[in-house]
Write a protein that binds this ligand. Sequence first.
Ligand code: G16
Length: 549
Amino acid sequence: MPLDLSAFIQASFKHPKPANVTYTYGTAGFRLRGELLDSVIFRMGVLAVLRSKKMDGRTIGIMLTASHNPEPDNGVKLVDPRGEMLDTQWEPYATELANAADETALTRAMQKIIEEKHIDVGKPAHVVFGRDTRPTGPALIQALTECLEALGGGTTKVTFQDYGILTTPQLHYIVRCINTQGAYGQPTVEGYYEKLGAAYKKLVQGHRRLSPLVVDCANGVGAPKLRELARHIGEDHLLVRLVNADTETPGQLNHQCGADFVKTQQNFPAHIEGHPKERYAALDGDADRLVYFYMDEKDRTFKLLDGDKISGLAAMFIKDLTRNAGLENITVGVVQTAYANGSSTNYLKDVLQVPVTCAQTGVKHLHHEAEKYDIGVYFEANGHGTVLFNHPATQALAETRARSPAQAEALDQLKALSELINQTVGDAFSDILLVEVILTHRQWSLSQWDHAYTDLPNRLVKVVVGDRAAFRTTNADTQLVEPAGLQEKINELVAKYRAGRSFVRPSGTEDVVRVYAEAGNRHECDQLAFKVAGMVFDLAGGKGERPTE
Ligand code: G16
């Protein structure tokens, strides 16, 4: 049956592509200044509809957010039926639709997808969407709605639902719930709180509650939503105090605060001075990343517990539980990226003795690697991650009969953990609850958790260059292929530093090139990072100020 596009083409005239912009699908979808995204969001409605038809009418999600980026930016992430990121094979289609110069090119691009993917356009499509708190969100939602309404006219059977303001992981959760007909949970925000809250309470039952957790909410959507979750769980089990929770004042989102700020600056965010007795955590702008931090009691310095520390803690706890549950055949593995601190990798391999895989940056890459383990723990150092339980692991949990009370308890706890953890994508809320469960069980302070291993000093520097597309990497982002010759120069530098390591890659979310370095001591690490950054700046037409220590 041919697709009736007359209403759609009329609607598309209202959302023309700006002539001078080329859109690139990055690490997590399209991301740039919100006012440049009207046509892109309109067209992502098309992609979601085609993807849903291809998947036999299963629900596809669209999240409007630019996560850790500054407030004027916005972006779009597409969610596949099981709640994971859009299949990477479809990314080129997204790029093609976004860059189609006019309606003729747009319909041609649609036709190409239909033909190449053998899509039966007579199939129904269902799309759900949400947005974060950015000021450009409502207008972009309007563009998306106009697309879906126009495509839904005639015979094409397109239905959709606007879930309003959500965290990114809440939308991922809802998509999975809808597509499993509720087996994963109720497809509502209430259902999400219910599922996580019930599992959390079960896991901390009978243990002494920890002191309050002060959470930097990046002045984003995490603030109202974490408040709701905490209310749902109740203060008897979880005490949180929200800081940087202002979603009303313009310009505050991610400004001097949030997980990305804390991780990259390695410092306290605005409105948190740091007190040795307090426990702190930070979310990013769409609440899919989490880092913890504290002030060291002895030397009163800032200490960071990033994604690597969270994955070490989770792997340690889960490994212990699988052993106590008698599930020796279940493999627990960890997936990291090149940004993982060298000490964390050593800790995982040598102390915990778990297999470790290194994946390319981007949760979409880590997620699929983690699926290869029975229980796959994946975290990026920036705090983005989760834990996946595959079918054999879930089956073993359901079918293993306990022969002792201790074994029964471990099995129950693992089952509750698999409910507590949002297995669709990295989720700062579910990760907070996971960390709090483990710390509650061990009655550990943040500093006791931190003592598992000592991070090698590390540094992340952003360099603005003429064209970041000139940078191409290989080997899970650890080596540069282009610009030619630059990797050799980096290698020469690195060889001069004890425990030195450095790599360079183009960001897929910001218009910068990222330089990462670590070395045996702070001084050498900073020196290495800025030498490499300076070299990148000089050789690749750096813009603005040359990076200096
Ligand atoms: C996104 C991705 C993450 C990635 C981050 C930075 O996070 O989901 O996997 O680590 O961007 O990517 P890049 O270094 O390419 O800019 P978020 O939280 O911003 O959506």
